[in-house]
Design a protein around this ligand. Structure first.
Ligand SMILES: Cc1cc2nc3c(=O)[nH]c(=O)nc-3n(C[C@H](O)[C@H](O)[C@H](O)COP(=O)(O)OP(=O)(O)OC[C@H]3O[C@@H](n4cnc5c(N)ncnc54)[C@H](O)[C@@H]3O)c2cc1C
Length: 366
């Protein structure tokens, strides 16, 4: 018997789709992926790479660890991160946090909770990667890396995207310690408050990130590090950066090294290389936001579904998660190069499960 729905991907989109599908008695099978260092991917999605998540509704500051431990199956507690030891001034922001050892929900905790919620409704999980799909017939196939095919009436693709990084060792060393790839996610964290910051990149999204940071309460100076002597961004976006009093553009510049403060173990500056004369100078900043694009995880779908030129799956109907193949739906960052947030991914995951439910009902598949 084919599955009713196979969900590929284990980020917020995948688990939300699973929760909705499971509660609609569709008995979903979720392929969660494996740890792949070649492409910086791990099960539980991009949030598994981050520390505090302050903007996911329902998780204000507080002693969240006690709740997480009570909710998540004991055999996965090993996956929970150590409780962060926050400096006192960070806790002043909320009196609840003063009595709590915990500041905000950690990315892995949030994802383990989503996974648990899906398991509680009997989602079945396969710990493998999907390497191919066949959508040429009514009953579709998902091929696993272990060679097994899974037959299914519908598929939800929720394989996400990954941020592109500069590839410096020092950048890797200071991720979550002042290096980020998402201003909307991390810009308001106390670690960046009132400090000069750098945004690397010259495209539209780099300008978006820079202006977002420049407009935050407590924003200091925002340096844009641009490789060429002009923006790749559209004129209207470029003007937005050039006319912003808090943004300064460093043209013909690349980051040679991220420098940290030994005492705080946080970013304290960058070594900037001038591509014209090769000179290297110091730039004092408290954070670096890399905004040089994302890569959607769609390699294994090549030629099977309509995608845009950057490889994101195209939704084919407004306000629906349909793709170009009947019975195949897409949710989360894999189809969204614009919002790229956990909450929007979870939202489209829910939509995809509802779209599947209605498709199966219309087809008379029980
Ligand atoms: C460092 C960092 C911090 C962030 N902080 C925030 C924040 O504070 N708030 C916020 O809202 N957003 C934040 N984001 C963005 C947020 O993480 C993403 O928008 C969200 O995770 C996207 O969810 P998703 O389910 O679409 O995909 P992802 O989270 O990308 O998950 C996709 C999953 O699919 C798996 N997968 C991929 N290919 C396959 C395959 N072939 N077979 C099986 N599995 C596969 C991957 O291993 C991965 O686990 C952050 C992102 C990063 C990188």
């Amino acid at each position: 018997m084919p599955e009713k729905v196979v969900i590929i991907g284990s980020g917020p989109a995948g688990w939300s789709a699973a929760i909705y599908a499971a509660r609609a008695n569709l008995s979903p099978l979720l392929i969660e992926g494996t740890a792949r260092t070649d492409v910086q991917m791990i099960p539980l999605g991009q949030l598994a790479y981050t520390t505090e998540v302050e903007n996911y509704p329902g998780f204000p500051f507080g002693n969240i660890r006690a709740f997480v431990e009570s909710a998540v199956d004991q055999d996965r507690h090993y996956n929970l991160p150590p409780i962060p030891n926050h400096p006192k001034e960070k806790r002043k922001r909320n009196s609840m946090a003063d009595i709590s050892p915990h500041y905000a929900v950690q990315g892995i905790e949030l994802m383990e909770l989503m996974k648990q919620q899906a398991i509680n409704f009997e989602t079945r999980i396969v710990s493998d990667d999907a390497v191919d799909i066949d959508v040429s017939r009514n009953v579709k196939k998902v091929m696993l890396k272990n060679g097994d095919p899974v037959e299914t009436h519908t598929i939800i693709i929720a394989t996400g995207a990954r941020a592109n990084w500069l590839g410096l060792d020092s950048e890797e060393m200071y991720k979550n310690k002042g290096v980020s790839a998402c201003a909307v996610c991390d810009g308001a964290l106390p670690v960046f408050y009132g400090k000069p910051l750098a945004v690397v990149g010259g495209g539209d999204s780099a300008v978006e990130e820079a202006t977002y940071l420049a407009n935050l309460k407590g924003a200091n100076k925002i340096y844009m590090i641009v490789r060429r002597d002009e923006f790749r961004a559209s004129k209207i976006m470029a003007d937005r950066a050039l006319n912003h009093p808090k943004i300064e553009v460093l043209w013909n510049s690349t980051v040679d090294e991220v420098v940290g403060n030994e005492e705080t173990d946080l970013v304290s500056g960058l070594k900037i290389k001038n591509s014209k004369d090769g000179s290297v100078s110091d730039l004092e900043v408290g954070g670096m936001f890399v905004a040089i694009g994302h890569t959607p995880n769609t390699d294994f779908l090549s030629g099977k579904l309509e995608m845009n030129e950057a490889g994101y799956i195209q939704w084919t109907k407004p306000f629906r998660t349909n793709t170009s193949a009947v019975g195949v739906y897409a949710a989360g960052d894999v189809a969204d190069d614009y919002y790229r947030q956990a909450i929007t991914s979870a939202g489209t995951g829910c939509m995809a499960a509802l779209d599947v439910e209605r498709y199966l009902a219309d087809e008379g598949i029980e």
